[in-house]
Design a protein around this ligand. Structure first.
Ligand code: G16
Length: 540
């Protein structure tokens, strides 16, 4: 059935797909326009195979039914969909690769809350399993601005709870178990026998799935396949509103897990994941592991896992991510790449073997096993390392810092600002970048200041305006950028970093150690005065 439509403003994908309030996505033609634009901008759906699934948030199933009917009406050959329209983002990436599909549509607003009053999102991944690169998202956006029709099959809903094959017109719909292929992939990468033995020896873990998509994956992998005690995985049932939680695995939103890990007789190891399962937070008993540090530790110890015994070809991190992993790469004698924020920028590096591991400060790490960051993968690699080293998380962190020095790091977020105010802070600093080198601010001398631009080494594409970076003498850094994943106003992220070595430099309190960098960054940006905020809303 052909439906006449007209362009809807604002359908520009951000850092990771299109994210809007759920009721915006539910408004007439909104989802349909965007999906048709994906098909139109990528050469049409005719004869193609897609993977489809989402994180189970409100509107997930309904959107999946709409997309199936649209794929059928656009001539797609087959859609492989997770049972009940569930698929974690890394599992979807794996299924695209495993089935040599033409692409995938993932329904998620990631770590943003879900529900009728909260957020929904759609991501399109290409045939390599990774998020669509900028050229593709730009083409999709351009199409949304010119669209005048979409196609949808006039059929009843398929039964998404029944595993097996069904049809919509001439299109096959294969409903698959969302977990099994992914779990099998994990078994090829990690020493499940060693981890199982560790659990059998009394090792205790708490995994908080935050009522989001990783629950069924974590239950199967940790409790069933690895023998962790029943109840290891909490908040394990995906709920449409994530049980009212904010499924963002950081100390602020995963405070319940933090409470358990810092309690007397807490578990040995804790972890949490986000809405769609691509993020991870890792905590040892009484030891929080910052994401940039976690990534550096994973890179330094990767050879302990069977899948990475041969070593890493290279690593990549986003520019605002701390430089901790660069020191590991140097010691390993491998390349270290620096990209803009957003997993899509890692795709070419992974595809061409320039990087085996990629990581971000925003609680994301992953490898070339898929083309997305992967929360459970990071947790399993940690477990594999713990099983091999037979040390606690805090001992491993201590040893890492003793060897490489400690990169103190923090992110200060100023959330839900009026767009004009946020732009004002950015524009003002940007206009002064050229004058900053050699200036001393709050006792910190500026070594360099730039508006970060990235040239992809594989396809030569250039991405400008990817964050304002101030490097101080001695290597401390402050980076300022606007979030690309929010749905309300603008969020300024201020990333702060300072490296310290020697036994005295390893045990400081993070914010205290960073205090001179914070003072300099706040003076340079005037962020508190301009925003009228007494301080950041969230500190991670
Ligand atoms: C998404 C991207 C990440 C990126 C993050 C940054 O994460 O996939 O690669 O680091 O956004 O978000 P922001 O632009 O708000 O700083 P996710 O987990 O939301 O898909």
């Amino acid at each position: 059935m052909r439906v006449t439509t007209q362009p809807i403003a604002g359908q520009k994908p951000g850092t990771s797909g299109l994210r809007k309030k759920t009721n915006v996505f539910m408004s007439e033609g909104y989802l349909e326009n965007f999906i048709q634009s994906i098909f139109d901008a990528t050469g049409g759906a005719n004869g193609k195979t897609y993977i489809l699934g989402g994180d189970g948030r409100y509107f997930n199933q309904h959107a999946a039914q709409t997309i199936l009917k649209m794929a059928a009406a656009n001539g797609a050959k087959r859609v492989i969909v997770g049972q009940n329209a569930l698929l974690s983002t890394p599992a979807a990436s794996h299924l695209i690769r495993l089935n040599a599909a033409d692409g995938g549509i993932i329904l998620s607003a990631s770590h943003n809350p879900g529900g009728p009053e909260e957020d929904f999102g759609v991501k399109f991944n290409t045939a390599n399993g990774g998020p669509a690169p900028e050229a593709v998202t730009e083409a999709i956006f351009a199409r949304t601005q010119a669209i005048d029709e979409y196609f949808i099959a006039d059929e009843i809903d398929v039964n998404l709870s029944r595993i097996g094959s069904q049809h919509i017109g001439g299109m096959a719909v294969s409903v698959v178990d969302p977990v099994s292929d992914y779990a099998a992939l994990m078994e090829t990468l990690f020493d499940f026998a060693a981890i199982r033995a560790m659990f059998a020896g009394g090792f205790r873990m708490r995994f908080d799935a935050m009522c989001a998509v990783t629950g069924p994956y974590a239950k199967e992998i940790f409790e069933t396949r690895l023998g962790a005690a029943p109840g290891t995985v909490v908040n394990a049932v995906p709920l449409p509103d994530f049980g009212g939680m904010h499924p963002d695995p950081n100390p602020t939103w995963a405070h319940d897990l933090m409470g358990h890990m810092f309690a007397a007789d807490g578990p040995d190891f804790g972890a949490a994941s986000d809405g769609d399962g691509d993020r991870n937070m890792v905590v040892g008993r009484n030891t929080y592991v910052a994401p940039s540090d976690s990534f550096a530790v994973l890179a330094a110890n990767a050879h302990l896992a069977p899948g990475y015994r041969a070593g890493l070809k290279g690593v990549a991190r986003s520019m605002p991510t701390s430089t901790a992993v660069d020191r590991v790469a140097e010691a390993l004698g491998i390349g270290a790449h620096e990209t803009p924020t957003g997993w899509k920028f890692f795709g070419n590096l992974l595809d061409t073997g320039r990087a085996t591991f990629c990581g971000e400060e925003s609680f994301g790490a992953g490898s070339d096993h898929v083309r997305e960051k992967d929360g459970l993968w990071a947790v399993l690699l940690w477990l594999n390392i713990l099983a091999e080293r037979e040390e606690s998380v805090s001992e491993i962190m201590r040893a890492h810092w003793s060897r490489f020095g400690r990169t103190y790091y923090s992110r200060h977020d100023y959330e839900a600002l009026p767009n004009a105010v946020a732009d004002g802070v950015m524009d003002s600093l940007r206009s002064r970048l050229g004058d900053l080198p050699e200036q001393t601010v709050e006792g910190m001398k500026v070594a360099s200041a730039e508006d970060f631009a990235y040239t992809d080494p594989v396809d030569g594409s250039v991405s400008r305006g990817q964050g304002l970076r101030i490097v101080f003498e001695g290597g401390a850094r402050a980076v300022l950028r606007l979030s690309g994943t929010g749905t309300e106003g603008a969020t300024i992220r201020l990333y702060l970093e300072r490296h310290a070595t020697g036994p005295d430099g390893l045990d400081a309190e993070v914010q205290e150690m960073l205090a001179p960098v914070i003072r300099a960054a706040e003076a340079l940006t005037g962020i508190r005065e301009v925003t009228g905020r007494a301080g950041p809303d969230v500190i991670t």
